[in-house]
Design a binder for this molecule. Structure first.
Ligand SMILES: C[S@@+](CC[C@H](N)C(=O)[O-])C[C@H]1O[C@@H](n2cnc3c(N)ncnc32)[C@H](O)[C@@H]1O
Length: 294
């Protein structure tokens, strides 16, 4: 497996065509332009400029993606129309609007309904995905169901079984913390989210890209599922965190505990990686850090 961490601005990196491999899947989790604190990014850009930038990012990813490759673009639900426009302008084919209901409390808003989900738009290069594994899961039985289902249910476009890492108790040991116990990165994605996306849309040996890599959750999961990965991250301290995260996989990052969630899925051992049974410990990976000017 090869994993490449590039410390730089994804727009510059993608534009320079310095990624010398074609991409099969991209997970796009950018800052949402909602005044969050980022050391190397100004999160209150002019709205038009922000969406021009995201449109360019989508275009460069499209150019470097294999035919039939996939992209998952995460955003706030109020920006749905902008995501759809950016994807349409850059050639992507819309497939699903996934509702990620994050098992956290709703955010109350005056004068309208409280916010209880985030969107993930799933799109492909070309009409049809070259890889789409129909995963099966076993959600708890709804009240009044008398019998256990025999073989689980297919994953749909509503994902309500994956918890977001919040600052409190539920961040558990998965959240990476500083010595003083603070979360290292407030937007760290849960492993379970990337497991679902990578299992659905790639095969063993494919290449996964994360242009806004943050703490490197995508690379960490890709490695354990025997997919190759490329992560781009503008903040050097995040980039070196990713390097450490992959060099020595923490117990909290080991994903084998999620295998059982998909055990009803046909051919799951093959989708997950044939070596799964034999994989007793995760080996450190060789990394190529390639600093590029911001
Ligand atoms: C929402 S976070 C991604 C979190 C990530 N999914 C994880 O699991 O940790 C967005 C990340 O993009 C980085 N970033 C912001 N602007 C960038 C740019 N132009 N190029 C590359 N990375 C950028 C930020 O430093 C931040 O770490």
């Amino acid at each position: 497996m090869s994993h490449q961490i590039i410390n730089g601005n994804c727009l510059t990196v993608l534009q320079s065509k310095s990624i010398n491999q074609k991409i099969d899947l991209t997970f796009l989790d950018p800052p949402f332009n909602q005044q969050k604190e980022y050391a190397y990014h100004h999160d209150s850009m002019d709205k038009i400029k922000y969406w021009e930038m995201m449109t360019d990012v989508c275009k460069f990813i499209y150019d470097t993606t294999n035919n039939g490759g996939s992209m998952y673009f995460m955003q706030r639900e109020k920006n749905t129309e902008f995501v759809l426009t950016a994807l349409r302008k850059t050639g992507w084919t819309f497939q699903n609007l996934i509702i990620w209901k994050k098992k956290t409390s709703a955010v109350p808003i005056n004068g309208k309904y409280g916010k209880h989900y985030q969107i993930i738009i799933y799109a492909t290069k070309g009409e049809k995905a070259k890889t789409f594994h129909r995963l099966r899961i076993e959600p708890p039985l709804p009240p009044n169901y008398k019998y256990q289902r025999e073989n689980g249910v297919f994953v749909t476009d509503v994902w309500d079984d994956i918890r977001e890492l919040t600052s409190g108790y539920f961040a558990g040991n998965e959240a990476i913390r500083t010595e003083s116990g603070e979360r290292f990165h407030k937007q760290q994605s849960p492993l379970a989210l990337l497991i679902r996306i990578i299992l659905t849309s790639t095969k063993v040996g494919d290449v996964v890209l994360d242009p806004f890599a943050g703490t490197g959750t995508t690379l960490c999961v890709a490695h354990q599922l025997q997919r190759n990965s490329v992560g781009i991250e503008i903040d050097p301290s995040n980039a070196s965190l990713i390097q450490n995260r992959l060099s020595e996989i923490r117990d909290a990052d080991i994903i084998q505990k999620y295998f059982k969630d998909y055990s009803c899925t046909e051919n799951i051992s093959k989708i997950w990686g044939d070596e799964f049974e034999k994989k007793i410990s995760i080996k450190p990976v060789g990394l190529f850090a390639n600093p590029i000017e911001n």
